[in-house]
Design a protein around this ligand. Structure first.
Ligand code: SIN
Length: 513
C-alpha cells in the first residue's frame, strides 16, 4: 500500500549524493518523518522538528538527511492511552496470530533489506555490509519470536494441600515502553519489540534522536504487515530526558526495556521506582579479550579484530581491554597490528571499499581521543593509528592499537566505545583473573585457548553475562543476551527473551478432600 504524504517526505530528504541514493530506493514509502501512532502518521503536537544528520559528512554540505517531527509529552501520553486501549484486545489474540504477524514482518524486513541498510548507513555511518548485517540480525528476532510465540507454556504444580492443584499461567505484562540506542537503529528495536509482541503486549517506542529513520521505516513495514492500529507506536523526538522520565513514571506503562549507558540506566531505574515497573536494562560493558599462552594466534587475531572494531568499536559487546599472555604477546601484537594496517579503509559507508565509518558524534570522538591521550601520558605506545582524521570527516578516528597498556589507564577501566584496542601483557592466571574481574560492569568477554580445562575454569571465573570462547562474534537471536553487575539485568533474544514481557499468575484450585 502506498502511503499518502510519502512523496512530500521524500522531497524533504536532502541526502548527500542523495539524489542518486534516493533514486535507487525500491520502496520510497520507507522514508517517513512523522510519528506512527494508532496506525497513522502524525505531526508533533507543537509542530517542532529536529534534523537528522549523516555522521560521515558532519560539517560538510549535505550532512542533513531529514527533518523529523519531535514528539511532545502530550503526544507520548496520547500514544500510551492508545496502546492501553489496544492492549485490551491484543492480549486476547492467539499466539499463532501474533506469530504470523511477526513472520510477515520478518519477510518484509528481508524483502526491503537493501533500502533499510542504506537508511542505517546514512543516519549511523556504519558501512553498507555492516548495515545489511544489522537488517538481517534485526529481522532474525522477528523470525525467532514468531517461532517462540506458540510455545508459551504454563505449569500444573502438585499442591501440598490434599486434592488441590496449582496452575501457573503466563500473561503479557501490558504496555511496554521501549527506549533504544543509535548504534543499532533497527536491531535494538526488533530484539525488544518482537519479544513483546510474541507475548501479547503493546508498545510505545522512543528511538534515539540520532537515528530515528530506520525505526520509522520499521513502522511502515509494521503497518504493511497488518499489525492492528495502536499495538505498536513509534514516536521520534529530541526531548530525550523529558520523554524518558515520562515513560518511566507513567502509571499505564507496565514495563521499560532500555539499551544504553549505565549512567542513563541508573537514572531510568530511579525514575521507574515510583511505579515499580518491570525493567530490563542492557547497559555498558568493558569487555576483556584474553589470549592464553596456548591460543591459536591467527584465529585470536581474527577474533580480536572482529570483537574490537565491529561498528568502529561502537557496540556494548566490543572488546575494550586485551590481556595477552607474556609468552605470546610479541607474536600477537605483530600479527594484530599488521591486520589492522592491511584491511582498513575509513570512509563513507556507501562507498563499497569502506571497511569502517565514523564515530556517531563529537562527544564520542573526544572520549576516544581522551583515552588515547591518557594511555600515552601513562606510558602506552601507539602501535598503529592514534589520530583523528578530519581530512576524511569531522568524526573519523583511525583504528588504533596501543601497546604497553596497564590497569591504571582509563582504557582499562572505562568503555571507550570507539576504535582503540589497549593491549595488556599478563604473567599468570591469578593476576589475569584479578585484572579481568576488577570492574563494576560485566556484559561480554572473550578468550582464546586450545586447552579444555581453561574453558571450564575461566568460563566460570570471569564475571560477565556472555562469553565468546575462540570466537570474537557472539551475537545472534538464539543467544540469551544480557549482563550482570552494572551492565544491567534481563535477557534479550533466546528462549528467555519473552519472559521479560510476561508475568506469572498462579491459580490455586481447591481439592475436595
Ligand atoms: C549493543 O551494542 O547494545 C548490542 C550489540 C549486539 O547486539 O551485538
Amino acid at each position: 500500500m502506498l502511503l499518502r504524504g510519502s512523496i512530500t517526505n521524500i522531497r524533504r530528504f536532502t541526502m548527500v549524493s542523495s539524489k542518486s541514493i534516493l533514486s535507487q530506493f525500491n520502496n520510497k514509502d520507507l522514508l517517513q518523518t512523522k510519528s506512527y501512532v494508532n496506525g497513522k502518521w502524525e505531526k508533533s503536537g507543537d509542530n517542532k522538528t529536529f534534523t537528522v544528520k549523516n555522521p560521515a559528512l558532519a560539517g560538510n554540505d549535505g550532512e542533513l538527511i531529514a527533518e523529523v517531527i519531535s514528539a511532545t509529552s502530550e503526544d507520548f501520553n496520547n500514544a500510551v492511552t492508545i496502546a492501553t486501549t489496544a492492549f485490551k484486545d491484543f492480549k486476547k489474540t492467539t499466539p499463532r496470530y501474533r506469530s504470523d504477524l511477526l513472520r510477515k514482518l520478518y519477510d518484509l524486513l528481508i524483502e526491503n533489506q537493501q533500502d533499510l541498510a542504506k537508511i542505517i548507513v546514512l543516519e549511523n555511518g556504519k558501512p553498507l555490509a555492516d548495515a545489511l548485517g544489522e537488517v538481517k540480525y534485526g529481522a532474525s528476532f522477528c523470525q525467532w519470536f514468531a517461532e517462540e510465540a506458540p510455545r508459551i507454556h504454563g505449569d500444573i504444580i502438585p499442591s501440598g494441600i490434599p486434592g488441590s492443584r496449582i496452575l501457573s499461567i503466563k500473561q503479557p505484562v501490558g504496555v511496554c515502553g521501549i527506549l533504544t540506542p543509535w548504534n543499532f537503529p533497527l536491531a535494538m528495536i526488533t530484539r525488544k519489540l518482537a519479544a513483546a509482541i510474541a507475548a501479547g503486549c503493546t508498545a510505545v517506542i522512543k528511538p534515539p534522536p540520532e537515528t530515528p529513520l530506520a525505526s520509522l521505516a520499521l513502522a511502515h513495514l509494521i503497518q504493511e504487515a497488518g499489525f492492528p492500529p495502536g499495538v505498536v507506536n513509534i514516536l521520534p523526538t529530541d526531548r530525550t530526558p523529558e520523554i524518558g522520565k515520562l515513560m518511566c513514571e507513567h502509571p499505564l506503562i507496565n514495563k521499560i526495556s532500555f539499551t544504553g549507558s549505565t549512567g542513563v540506566g541508573k537514572l531510568l531505574m530511579n525514575q521507574s521506582s515510583s511505579t515499580l515497573k518491570k525493567l530490563s536494562f542492557e547497559l555498558g560493558g568493558n569487555a576483556p579479550f584474553i589470549v592464553f599462552a596456548d591460543a591459536d594466534i591467527d584465529k585470536a587475531v581474527e577474533g580480536a579484530f572482529a570483537a574490537k572494531f565491529r561498528s568502529s568499536g561502537q557496540t556494548c559487546v566490543c572488546a575494550n581491554r586485551f590481556y595477552i599472555h607474556e609468552s605470546v604477546y610479541d607474536e600477537f601484537v605483530e600479527n594484530f597490528v599488521a591486520k589492522v594496517k592491511k584491511v582498513v579503509k575509513l570512509g563513507n559507508g556507501l562507498d563499497p571499499e569502506t571497511t569502517h565509518g565514523p564515530l556517531i558524534h563529537g562527544r564520542s570522538l573526544k572520549k576516544v581521543q581522551d583515552h588515547v591521550k591518557d594511555a600515552v601520558s601513562k606510558g602506552a605506545t601507539v602501535l598503529t593509528g592514534g589520530e583523528a582524521r578530519p581530512d576524511i570527516g569531522q568524526y573519523f578516528h583511525e583504528l588504533t592499537v596501543l601497546g604497553g597498556v596497564t590497569q591504571d589507564m582509563h582504557i582499562a577501566n572505562e568503555e571507550t566505545f570507539g576504535p582503540v584496542a589497549g593491549l595488556i601483557k599478563y604473567k599468570n592466571d591469578d593476576e589475569l583473573i584479578q585484572f579481568v574481574n576488577d570492574t563494576s560492569v560485566g556484559l561480554a568477554g572473550y578468550f582464546y585457548t586450545k586447552d579444555i580445562s581453561n574453558l571450564f575454569k575461566f568460563a566460570e571465573e570471569i564475571n560477565v553475562g556472555m562469553l565468546g570462547v575462540n570466537t570474537g562474534l557472539i551475537s545472534e537471536a538464539a543467544l540469551p543476551f544480557g549482563g550482570i553487575k552494572e551492565s544491567g539485568f534481563g535477557r534479550e533474544g533466546s528462549k528467555y527473551g519473552m519472559d521479560e514481557y510476561m508475568t506469572i499468575k498462579s491459580v490455586v484450585i481447591g481439592g475436595n478432600a
